[in-house]
Design a protein. Structure first.
Length: 143
């Protein structure tokens, strides 16, 4: 995305997510500032986190994150969601491997025969009727 990013992180330890995000943001800002000869803050606000307690929320959030670049890609005809280079989506479709991305947790919700294909159908499903998916305090609008 041009002005933000999304992470779907699973916390397996009691280590602080806030500390992790602080280190990640600070390290990236230092890298960016050195590379481009800039100084100062890179990010406008602090990160936002939401505890996921329901499977439905988890799946819809994963779908939302992977569909997020859609508006950018509409500017380039013929380019698909799986072509967006800054997304983990190709890993979920079994088109790429990345040691930082564990697709198994999400893909376990889909069929054993073709979890990658089923996930693709789930993410890329377009309805001509506008649907509002209320998942907690996050409202997603379908196409």
């Amino acid at each position: 995305m041009l002005n933000h990013f999304h992470f779907l992180l699973r916390q397996d330890t009691d280590a602080s997510l806030t500390f992790f995000m602080l280190k990640l943001g600070t390290s990236y800002a230092k890298y960016f500032n050195i590379k481009y000869g800039e100084v100062g803050s890179l990010f406008q606000d602090r990160f936002k986190a939401k505890l996921i307690e329901k499977d439905e929320y988890l799946l819809q959030l994963s779908r939302y994150i992977h569909r997020n670049p859609k508006d950018i890609l509409l500017q380039t005809p013929g380019v698909e969601l799986a072509d967006y280079r800054w997304s983990s989506y190709p890993c979920y479709l079994n088109k790429e491997k990345n040691d930082l991305v564990d697709t198994s947790f999400i893909l376990n919700y889909f069929s054993k025969n073709d979890p990658h294909g089923d996930y693709k159908k789930f993410v890329e499903y377009d309805s001509k009727v506008v649907e509002l998916l209320d998942i907690g305090d996050l409202i997603l609008e379908g196409d």
